[in-house]
Design a binder for this molecule. Structure first.
Ligand code: GLP
Length: 240
């Protein structure tokens, strides 16, 4: 894994945006793995700005999201489907049929997870974007998740439910389960870029960077992946 620390968020996000824009320009049929949460919002804004200015072409790009809340219809304001369309997909020329997000309202969520996992393995990811939870989770792989795990229906921890409750009217509305790609699926991506900003991520980053992979911190599995780049602001890097 490589680590890059930036003096400010602006430089970090400009750097990250260049990586994604360059990937799309050099490989117009690329498969991008995409993440949700507050961390990628600025990156998506920069991709949209670049699209408007430079007409970077997404018409043959396929995207695969990491996860979706179980039980939320895609039209729900807090579904990751809605998030991705509001932040990115509605503003670039990606084709609807090239967007892949697990269906959190599927009748059989275990089957949906299995089918999505198979699709991921068949299609493969060239460049995967990741954020990190304050407990070190990646996608929705909470501490204790197998480091070679596949896409599945997972339980969210109290910590994650509390962290994510800021997006909902109250904590009781936060789903308790999600469909999430596994750590094993993430490690199959050719390249991975993980972004963390803010002091509240410093502890998780300390447990992630240059350590022996452990299920206690899911992101530590990235130490087993040669093409992982970790982009940090000074605050997220403050405990390294
Ligand atoms: C959610 C997502 C993760 C994301 C994490 C951190 O739990 N499933 O993919 O990395 O939140 O979110 P934030 O970027 O808002 O801190």
């Amino acid at each position: 894994m490589k680590i890059k620390v930036f003096d400010n968020e602006e430089d970090l996000y400009n750097y990250a945006a260049k990586i994604f824009i360059n990937e799309v320009k050099t490989n117009p049929n690329t498969h991008l793995g995409l993440a949700t949460g507050s961390t990628p919002i600025k990156l998506y804004q920069l991709l949209v700005e670049d699209y408007k200015k430079n007409k970077t072409d997404y018409s043959n790009v396929k995207t695969f999201n990491l996860d979706e809340y179980a039980g939320l219809d895609k039209t729900h304001a807090q579904s990751y489907y809605t998030f991705m369309h509001n932040q990115l997909f509605n503003h670039i020329n990606i084709k609807k049929e090239n967007i892949n997000i697990p269906n959190g309202k599927a009748n059989n969520l275990n089957k949906e997870a299995e089918t999505y996992g198979k699709l991921l393995i068949k299609e493969g990811i060239n460049l995967q974007l990741l954020g990190i939870g304050t407990n070190g989770h990646i996608a929705f792989n909470e501490p204790g998740s197998p480091l070679d795990g596949k896409c599945s229906l997972v339980d969210l921890t109290k910590n994650t439910i509390k962290d994510n409750s800021r997006f909902f009217k109250n904590i009781n509305e936060v789903p308790k389960k999600a469909i999430s790609v596994g750590i094993g699926d993430i490690l199959k991506s050719k390249k991975i870029v993980l972004i963390a900003v803010g002091k509240h991520k410093a502890e998780a980053i300390k447990k992630t960077v240059n350590v022996k992979p452990t299920t206690k911190c899911p992101a530590s599995a990235l130490n087993n992946h040669k093409e992982t780049l970790i982009l940090l602001d000074k605050d997220a890097a403050s405990l390294l």
